[in-house]
Design a binder for this molecule. Structure first.
Ligand code: SAH
Length: 288
């Protein structure tokens, strides 16, 4: 791949370290010493390809096409669709205007959990603030964090339905929420417009010195490992007669928030699961 190529294979539209119109003189991301400019461009492209844009339950195929276009403009390529109402669709292709290669490669899945498999960081984009407090990032911080963590593994930015956004259960899969500041009395952007704002910030983050980005992140467990642990925790609370989480959504949500914030690694999760299993084992022995 040449230094002038976008992560997408064939269109030389995103010169790494180039100077798109309207931006101040180019300052590309911090090159890694000892690696050639072309080599650095490959690393940058790999980081951007680790950033998944996940659209959940999209109703209008035109929004899917406009999202693909926004992503390609900003050098992103990994589009994931969870239960789109109509896809593929001529309207999506028409609105993608030249970014239909992203549509061809889009991954369509049945569940959000499937789309998040392997992701170390998940951020949900939300038009409104919710009753249960969840850590909320501003777009710039969110972009810097996603970009920095994409150097280690896949990360996801999740968008909700046009009519109702993300459900509480879906938000519960996210480490953070991101909210684009707007008119308080009219806060909901069009889906593809919200994607455009956030992917633009990610593109800017990719052009910023690494010193201004988040510190290099540590290893953490992927979304599916954390989800497996949280299900185990719910089961253990049931088995130990601590609480019935099905009747206590708030308790479940507080514990979910705690572990999403702590971001344990695999070893830590294994230790916790070992403790839960041991306690469950003792309880069942006492019952026998
Ligand atoms: N009526 C819905 C809004 C749906 S807009 C609601 O009240 O939740 C479709 C999606 O665009 C949202 O789920 C969210 O992912 C994104 N979005 C729209 N406006 C946003 C904003 N101000 N900040 C962050 N994301 C936004």
């Amino acid at each position: 791949m040449s230094a002038e190529l976008c992560p997408m294979s064939h269109t030389p539209v995103c010169p790494v370290g180039g100077s798109p119109q309207g931006l101040s003189p180019a300052r590309s991301w911090q090159p890694i010493r000892g690696v050639s400019r072309a080599g650095n461009a490959v690393i940058l492209a790999a980081m951007l390809s680790n950033i998944r844009i996940v659209l959940v339950g999209t109703t209008h195929p035109g929004n899917i096409g406009a999202t693909a276009r926004a992503m390609k403009n900003m050098c992103l390529e990994a589009l994931w669709l969870v239960q789109p109402r109509q896809f593929p669709h001529a309207e999506a292709t028409a609105r993608a205007t030249g970014a239909d290669d992203l549509l061809t490669r889009a991954v369509v899945c049945e569940t959000l959990d499937r789309a998040l498999r392997g992701c170390r960081l998940v951020v949900g984009s939300s038009a409104r603030m919710r009753s249960v407090e969840w850590p909320v990032l501003d777009p710039r911080t969110c972009a810097a964090m996603l970009y920095a963590e994409a150097s280690l593994d896949s990360v996801a930015l999740v968008f909700g339905r046009e009519s109702s956004g993300l459900t509480n259960e879906e938000l519960g899969r996210c480490n953070y929420l991101v909210h684009i500041p707007t008119n308080d009395a009219y806060s909901s952007l069009n889906l593809a417009a919200a994607v455009q704002v956030l992917v633009y910030e990610i593109y800017l983050a990719s052009r910023t010195d690494t010193e201004t980005c988040e510190p290099v992140p540590r290893e953490v467990a992927g979304a599916e490992a954390l989800q497996g642990f949280l299900e185990h925790l719910n089961q253990a609370m049931l088995d130990l007669d601590f609480a019935n989480p099905r009747q206590s959504k708030k308790l479940q949500q507080r514990l979910r928030r705690l572990f999403l914030r702590a971001r344990p690694d695999r070893d830590e999760l294994n230790i916790l699961r070992g403790i839960l299993s041991a306690a469950q084992g003792r309880k069942s022995m006492r019952r026998e």
